[in-house]
Design a protein around this ligand. Sequence first.
Ligand code: CA
Length: 225
Amino acid sequence: MNAHILVAEDEPKIAGLLTDYLAAAGMQTTVIDDGAAVADAIDTLAPDLVVLDVMLPHKDGMTICRELRQHSDLPVVMLTARVEEIDRLLGLELGADDYICKPFSPREVVARIKAILRRTGNGAAGDAQAPRIDIDEPRMRVTVEGQRVELTRVEFKLLQTLLRHPGRVYRRDELLDLIYDDYREVSDRTIDSHVKNLRRKLETALPERDLIHAVYGVGYKIEVD
Ligand code: CA
C-alpha cells in the first residue's frame, strides 16, 4: 500500500500543486481546507502523514498540531508563508517533524515527506524498494533506474566498492586502498571530493534518495533500502 498524505491547506493552488507532485511520487492524497475538520479527517482517514498549513480557517495549524501531539505521533509537516515564522514555530515546540516555508519547491517537499516516512516507517513499502542499480563492469557503465549515469573510473570503482556491502562503513584509507593501485600520493580528502561528485551524479538519476552517507570521522557507506 502506498502512503496516504492528508493535505490541510486552504489555498487551492498550493494544495493542487502538492497533490500533483505527491501523486506523481506514488502517494495518495486527501485535501482538506478547514482547520476545524482536520482532527476528524485524521481519525477517519488514518493518513500516514499530515501536511499542515499554519493559517487555516476556523482552527490554526499550530493548535491542531499541539492537540494532535497529545495523543498521536503521526508525522506532521508544517507549512508557513513567512520564513521568519519558522523560528517562532520551532520555539513553540509543537512537535512537528518538519517546517517548510512558502513558496516552496514541490520537489523538495516531496523529498522531505519521503524522508520522514522512511524514518518513521510510515506509509509501508511506498518508497522502501531498493533502487535498481545496474553495473556493467567490463564496460564500466552504470544505470540507475534505467537511466545511464556517466561516472569517471574512480567514481565507478567507488560505487562498485560501496555496493559490495551496502550498509557497511568503509574507512577513507580503505577506500583509497581499494580504488587506487598506488594511493600513497593521494590524500584522504581526495576521497571526499570523489564521493561528492558521485553523490551529485546519483542524485540526478534518483533525486529523492540519498544513497551515500558520510559517517562522521570514519568514512562512507551506501544504503540501498
Ligand atoms: Ca492558509
